[in-house]
Design a protein around this ligand. Sequence first.
Ligand code: NAD
Length: 380
Amino acid sequence: MDVTESRRQFLRQASLGAAVAALTGPAALAQPLTAAMQHANKKKLGWAIVGLGKFATEQIMPNFNDCAHSQLVALVSGSPDKARKLAREYGIDEKSVYDYQNFDSIRDNPAVDVVYIILPNALHAEYTIRAAQAGKHVLCEKPMATSVEDCQKMIAACNKAGKQLMIAYRAQYEPFNLNAIERIRKGELGKIQFITADHGRPVKPTEDQADTWRVQKKLAGGGSLMDIGIYSLNACRYLTGEEPEEITAQIYSDPKDPRFKEVEDNVAFTLRFPSGILAACTSSYSYQGVKRGRVFGDKGWLDLDPLSDYDKHTMKIGTEQGEQEPKLKEGNQFAAEMDHLSQCIMQNKAPRTPGEEGLRDVRYMLAIYEAARKGKAVKV
Ligand code: NAD
């Protein structure tokens, strides 16, 4: 069974537990059995974070607290003072603090099993490949990379090293999204006709340090689409369980707005799926924070608003009988995501969102840019 098939199988499964148990794939097979056995005795795998920016320090590092199988044991940063301070705060041995130059010596640190790359997009490939060559498994932030070639090199490097590569699609580990997938697969909404998904926020490169690289093409790869529109795209794929066949798109950036000299602002794109489902999505670096999706079936609709925030998810369902708001429990998607990879490594199973999943989105995003540039539909 290849990764595509195993992912489809997951998406068809109603139960998350059954789905995870059913997953096997090339990444799992590539990992020598001895490596799986080596991890089998550990209750928690050791994780290193590469890049101590906003997302790493505000969201990821504190959430190791809720992990059952993952433990923060090393840091990699270009700012020694920041790294030392955080190491003290998190009880990390100073010997396990690296910079970008001596990062490769992490190979000699047996406490580190997994390296989590949280750098600007264009640096994901280099550090994923270096981590794999250092004999470590990798979790890499979205978007996986800024070109198809880089994605392929990352997959090849991890396969060659016999290490797992997972892309950090946290929404696929988030309970409201998983519940939506389950309801859709069970047919609660009937035959799905349409999806709409919108993701955007105002980018503020002069006010927020984390936004400075986001408006530089060389580091970001693209604008709102690569950064936040990817949530709409990825959601359309996991909510339908299908891969798009045809893409159309339009892009507009105010030529007078200095933020958009190198990357795009507003993107509108459509996806046509094999079963006939159509999706209409937007992404923006200008409209006020929106992160929502709606699935329209012939028996009902389902709203996730937000669909992909850090917390406070809501779900609404409308049918002929009226509207309801299922009472679902918020879960820690960050801890679930990290523990999923740790468990896959310990059990020698392929992760649910492997490198191939990230590669597909990069291909589709490049097709969205192509469709907008050419002003016509692009087959994918
Ligand atoms: P950030 O700017 O706050 O962090 C990036 C880190 O990389 C900084 O510590 C910076 O010093 C370091 N860095 C190393 N080399 C650099 C270079 N050449 N130029 C600029 N910075 C360099 O950004 P962030 O918001 O933390 O985003 C980092 C990654 O995480 C991105 O890929 C982004 O897409 C992803 N992200 C994911 C989510 C999510 O919800 N999954 C949310 C936010 C960010």
